[in-house]
Design a protein around this ligand. Sequence first.
Ligand SMILES: Cc1cc2nc3c(=O)[nH]c(=O)nc-3n(C[C@H](O)[C@H](O)[C@H](O)COP(=O)(O)O)c2cc1C
Ligand SMILES: Nc1ncnc2c1ncn2[C@@H]1O[C@H](COP(=O)(O)OP(=O)(O)OP(=O)(O)O)[C@@H](O)[C@H]1O
Ligand SMILES: [Mg+2]
Length: 549
Amino acid sequence: MKHKQLVHWNFVLLVDLQFPNVSNLWLSFDDTLFIPEKAWFFNMEIDRAIRECDDRRLQTKYKNATYVVQRALTLYSIEEVAFSFNGGKDSTVLLHILRAGYFLHKKGQNSVNGDLKDFPIRTIYFESPCAFPEINSFTYDTAATYGLQIDTISLDFKSGLEALLKEKPIRAIFLGVRIGDPTAVGQEQFSPSSPGWPPFMRVNPILDWSYRDVWAFLLTCKVNYCSLYDQGYTSIGSIHDTVPNSLLCVSNSSYKFKPAYLLADGRLERAGRAKRPSSTGGQLPVDSNGLTSLDSHKNSMLTASIIAVGDEILFGIVEDQLGPYLCRKLHCIGWSVFKLSVVHNNIDSVAEEVEQQKSKSDMVFIYGGVGPLHSDVTIAGIAKAFGVRLAPDEEFEEYLRHIIGDQCTGDRNEMAQLPEGITELWHHDKLSVPLIKCQNVIILSATNVSELEKQWDCCIELAKSSDLLALLEPYVSKHVTINLTDVEIAQLLSELGLEFPDLYIGCYRKARYGSVIVSFKGKDLARIDSAIKALHKFQLVLKFTGGLV
Ligand SMILES: Cc1cc2nc3c(=O)[nH]c(=O)nc-3n(C[C@H](O)[C@H](O)[C@H](O)COP(=O)(O)O)c2cc1C
Ligand SMILES: Nc1ncnc2c1ncn2[C@@H]1O[C@H](COP(=O)(O)OP(=O)(O)OP(=O)(O)O)[C@@H](O)[C@H]1O
Ligand SMILES: [Mg+2]
């Protein structure tokens, strides 16, 4: 009785002095209740922070996420659920969502009682020698702060889960997976584990949260997060594959980074993954010759495919000018164009062509069919080619809102749906909408040459400071007109081809009868001049018709 009175007194005090809105939140509490003070404080603190902030989006996300937790706790008993916690930012968000969701669940059952533990959900942590020490210590410190019952597993995920499921009656595991994570593709808030994995339900309460939502939550609730995020790390894997995100690099220093919450484009949160250079402090990886990956590309051969999407081009109503423009521009940055194709405004036609070209070429450029019209199916076709779905992209939506204002109808802007888990946005000050890149497919929204010129120039500027596109030694070419017919020149040209295998030697004519134009293309001007000189020996060259650098 003494306890009850004491707690009741605490509650009243909180309501009166510190939490003026609290009476709206915990309507079912009465003076027969005993809640350990710590549990009260943390759960109310999160809930209060969210409800008092003026971020309606965050409030909706929070409400939905805690609802998923409550739903799971209705479907499964507390012994049947586990929380997969690894000290990362997403699982830190999930921890607090679970705490709040659990509390609301108990409250809904009117069974908040004196036995309420701080956090009774079994917590599993796959510990690895390759984890950052900061992640390890944050995980254990957090467990101590919030009273988590942590089971440390030293096996890989699959074997660890197999062993766990044999031993414990676990049927559902909460994960901090979010749309945009490579592993989120195809997942829902409740998704059974994949074939080949032990059977359990993956519960993803924050699946639809964006990078920005995560930071809005952590900062609004003022909860602790791992210190690495304040040192420019934006997504944390192992010590071997994670560096600070170079997009957060402080401009006058290559080893000082801004905090993770300042990353403007959440899609680039994994830009620090899979790169761990030795001593360059987050710069591009350096090979044994001291060349960066971009340098080492310089003399290699990269191929591009270009896909135009347009019924009108195929009907012969309009002429495609963007394809030839891109071919010239790609040659200027040393790329070979493998194929230039035109497809109908049809999801399957786009998907089929993208699917083929993305595996044959290093980069695919696609234009046409991008926008709000019924015929604008390019992005859906790309998603289909990669076997992913379209998912709302809030950053992209914001850009669109800037340019089209409130003209878009409905709750969701269909144009802001982008292929899930494979999309990067590339920003440039001169572009009102960023460039969209889905793995090795770059989507160009230009509809005429001058728009394309602007997008291309931005692409090149971005390529200079990032790995958007490798800039190679440019191709140079020269053309000469020959005073023989194609029949007469054929043998000589094929011999020349054998002598200069490093050059592309092509031939075309402007009319069936008459002179022939020979074109030489390569990366070494001196070699091109030698080949032309060889033709001169035969006194065949009528005139030099020009060159392209
Ligand atoms: C509890 C748990 C359950 C998982 N279940 C699956 C699964 O069903 N299917 C799967 O392909 N991967 C599963 N994974 C592996 C993850 O998809 C992913 O590989 C892991 O979280 C590493 O992500 P990262 O590369 O972003 O660090 C699971 C991982 C954990 C911790
Ligand atoms: N070693 C691990 N132990 C337990 N759970 C893990 C582990 N690695 C991943 N998970 C689970 O998978 C989820 C997704 O991992 P992911 O690395 O994408 O997110 P995070 O670590 O929470 O944040 P970040 O993206 O910043 O690294 C985690 O939130 C967690 O639920
Ligand atoms: Mg992580």
